[in-house]
Design a protein around this ligand. Sequence first.
Ligand SMILES: Cc1cc2nc3c(=O)[nH]c(=O)nc-3n(C[C@H](O)[C@H](O)[C@H](O)COP(=O)(O)OP(=O)(O)OC[C@H]3O[C@@H](n4cnc5c(N)ncnc54)[C@H](O)[C@@H]3O)c2cc1C
Length: 534
Amino acid sequence: MKSDQKRVVIVGAGMAGLTAAAYLTRANFNVTLLEKNDRVGGLVGTFESNGFSFDAGPRAFVNSGIVKPILRELGIEFDFLDNVITLGVEDQLFRIHSMDDLQEYQRILVHLYPENRADIEQITAIIRQLSEYTRVLYEFDNPNFVDLKKNRQFVFKTLIPWTFKLLHALRKFNQYNQPMEDFLKRLTANPSLTDILIQHFFRKTPTYFALGYFYVYLDYFYPRGGTGALSNLLEEYVLARGGTIQLNTKIAEVIPSESRVVDADGQSHPYDHLVWAADLKTLYRCLNLTGLDAATTANIEAESQRKQSARGAESTFLLYLAVNRPPAFFEQHGGEHLFYTPSRQGLGETNQAERLRLVEHFDQVSKEEVFAWLKKYLQRNTFEISVPALRDSTLAPEGQTGLMVSCLFDYSILKNVETAGWYDEFKAAFESHVIRILSESIYPNLAEDLLFQFSATPLTIQKVSGSSEGAITGWSFETTPPVVNTLKDIPKSVLTPIPHVVQAGQWAYSPAGVPIAMLTGWYASQSIIKQAKK
Ligand SMILES: Cc1cc2nc3c(=O)[nH]c(=O)nc-3n(C[C@H](O)[C@H](O)[C@H](O)COP(=O)(O)OP(=O)(O)OC[C@H]3O[C@@H](n4cnc5c(N)ncnc54)[C@H](O)[C@@H]3O)c2cc1C
């Protein structure tokens, strides 16, 4: 290390920590990335099981004008494959190739709920309008990653006109910044129709996000080799530029007055700057405030209180299946990436009062009732299904196919089930219900050709990522998030009241996901680069 090189410690080697590390090694900082797991990527990763490759987290990436431009700006070459989304309810399926396919969605909805034709026409008109605003936001490369000095024509011809469109879109988003459930209730009295439209989004998702998502379906891509290829490329980049990545290192204490973190083995890691790119409740739990002045301590304690009293969003229950059928079968039945709802009935009360009872009054519910609820919850739910081998044929043995099937699931219910001692039985019941439901609907007789199966629950996700409440994208929408949640303020999302500590990742800004994790990783790196220049 050169004597003038600033030491940056980054905690958490997910997409946020890796992005911050990439930019800081490029700017010649002395970077150490500390990660509790034995691999990088955090919630993103691809693993192998008996010759099948499965994705652990996102089934594909949404570019959002952020992911590809960051990789391009870093000079990281990557090979990405198309990822066409299919939406389906019962036997009605369609693939989304352009915004024109919204017509087909409308036709299917009218076919399923003919009595609601007028409501559906009004709702699809709003979906079209909000998706067009989403297009403004997503279609354009984030200007942070375009060299504006070298590209003056771009500034006048493209950037300035786009900025006006963006401001208009953001104003519209503000008008639709209300929970999707409340908004749709005003447009239709049919709860099944509402459920079918939104039950695969987190509860209380802002309307602009959920109803503008039709455009986002067009923005997905899949890296060759699986989603984990992206985190591996960032890891290689950091190592090639002299960064250190220390795996199996869990940070247990942060001591800002001494500018050091301490890992679970008692090893100290001194820093000039710290980037916390992991769960934020954990950061505030790990803080040792000795030696800080009274005003700073009071600020930090107030912030800690805000964070600890907020909750993470819903988690996911994920089923992995290895099937002795060729990918061509799945190509004909839904394709590589689908959101599939086996029943038009919708979740209704199973996701409202009945679910709440399992969360809040579990001790008053019998085991039979819990398992009966699970069966009904799965029968009426929407599943996200992904088939890696349909994008990249090397991801499964010849003539066979791996599938990931998931639905949103409450961490608290699993926690209650575990405390009751029924965890393994519950997992087995989840697996057999989902296999039966798929065998009776989209994949006829699937159960007969299964080679093996296993599943991951919200508790698995919590354990792997250290994510509070097993949340897969940060804070819940059900209460005001304790972080920045307006796009214009996003540069501030990385600031903390803790001296020389910035934050990044899915807990730093809401709503989040991979693009926001990477963007906040970039903002964290820029904040440090700026401070170092002072
Ligand atoms: C099933 C699933 C589906 C998803 N689908 C999508 C999608 O379609 N689109 C989308 O945009 N996003 C999706 N996401 C969310 C997305 O994966 C995350 O938002 C994003 O990867 C978060 O990155 P991060 O770096 O902020 O956090 P993480 O990936 O959680 O990384 C944090 C890292 O910190 C480490 N860590 C935690 N505590 C400590 C400690 N004390 N010491 C050291 N290390 C620690 C963890 O091990 C982890 O590696 C999905 C996630 C899952 C699980």
